[in-house]
Design a protein around this ligand. Sequence first.
Ligand SMILES: NC(=O)C1=CN([C@@H]2O[C@H](COP(=O)(O)OP(=O)(O)OC[C@H]3O[C@@H](n4cnc5c(N)ncnc54)[C@H](O)[C@@H]3O)[C@@H](O)[C@H]2O)C=CC1
Ligand SMILES: CC(=O)[C@H](N)C(=O)O
Length: 373
Amino acid sequence: MPAVRTLWRVVGQMGQGPACGCGMAALPGRALGTSPWQSPADASFHSASSSETDRPRVLITGGLGQLGVGLANLLRKQFGKDNVILSDIRKPSDRVFHSGPFIYSDILDYKNLRESVVNHRITWLFHYSALLSAVGEANVSLARAVNITGLHNVLDVAAEHNLRLFVPSTIGAFGPTSPRNPTPDLCTQRPRTIYGVSKVHAELMGEYYHYRYGLDFRCLRYPGVISADSQPGGGTTDYAVQIFHDAVKNGKFECNLKPSTRLPMMYIDDCLRATLEVMEAPAESLSLRTYNVSAMSFSPEELAQEVLKHIPQFQITYNVDSVRQAIADSWPMNFDDSNARKDWGWKHVFDLPELVTTMLNFHGSQSRVAQAN
Ligand SMILES: NC(=O)C1=CN([C@@H]2O[C@H](COP(=O)(O)OP(=O)(O)OC[C@H]3O[C@@H](n4cnc5c(N)ncnc54)[C@H](O)[C@@H]3O)[C@@H](O)[C@H]2O)C=CC1
Ligand SMILES: CC(=O)[C@H](N)C(=O)O
């Protein structure tokens, strides 16, 4: 457990944990009381058997959004159904509720979050709760609370309980002064959305906790993620999910971005596999704690051309949303993910043609089922 050793070393030097150093005096409930801050004797009292340590015990926050249920399915195949706990502040559907453990967990409630981690003996935390780019601009104060205050709670709980922590970042963590074609891992980051600002903050805070306290923080900057059986939560790249639904249902689609707006995108299966792979990567292979990951890059007109190959009567029209367009115009066009490929072997599977075939097959079969019923 190198992380624990690092923590003991740093604690020995500093005489305090992260919470003590960042305003915890105002929040006595957050005084650090358990591993890695407890005494070695206390720690061994609750030491886990080897079968328990083989598999992580996982908590996913914000798990009812576009990505969380798919992540839970993937992790449950790998680690066992009962070892992966999905959480959110929303009510799960019957299907989700019966597919594995689900709990209420509000990341703004530190005690509730800590209780979830303690009661379920969590060892890995995937922090998915967030307000995305477009909804964030519509409600800046809520986005600031969820994306920044919520992250602070997650970081403190993760450090207190020695968790391995995954926090996703985004292409939205870059801005108009970043190099856009391609965008490397390390460059100017001056985003102009509260979403982007909060994600840069998350990257920096996670890395700070790693270097200062030994927290095993891992972060991927996702492109726009495209999924068939889950809806996007209010982002700038949402058009690339909706287009498939509308193409199959109505044969036409009204796009809220300009035809030439090029953005990095990824099919959900690649995104979730990348997430698991970086979490499983040996710590010594990670030269960074925050990596770009990429698969493809396209514009609405290029996506429409690919859809036309399958649905010749498909029509796309444009009704530009000025907020989303301004955001998209400040984001990367192509993402340089060479460090992820070099360090831990990242390799995407889905390019644009496979993505379009997969999405249309899914929606086509869904609509045939609906017509038959
Ligand atoms: N979907 C995408 O294209 C991309 C997603 N990401 C990141 O991946 C993560 C997951 O994304 P999605 O599933 O698309 O997001 P989403 O917007 O679909 O879901 C976010 C979830 O967070 C929950 N939430 C809100 N406030 C909460 C609170 N106080 N406590 C607990 N949960 C709360 C919501 O109920 C919602 O279910 C986010 O951090 C997002 O920034 C990054 C880049 C691209
Ligand atoms: C790329 C993202 O982070 C998200 N899909 C959004 O458009 O806000």
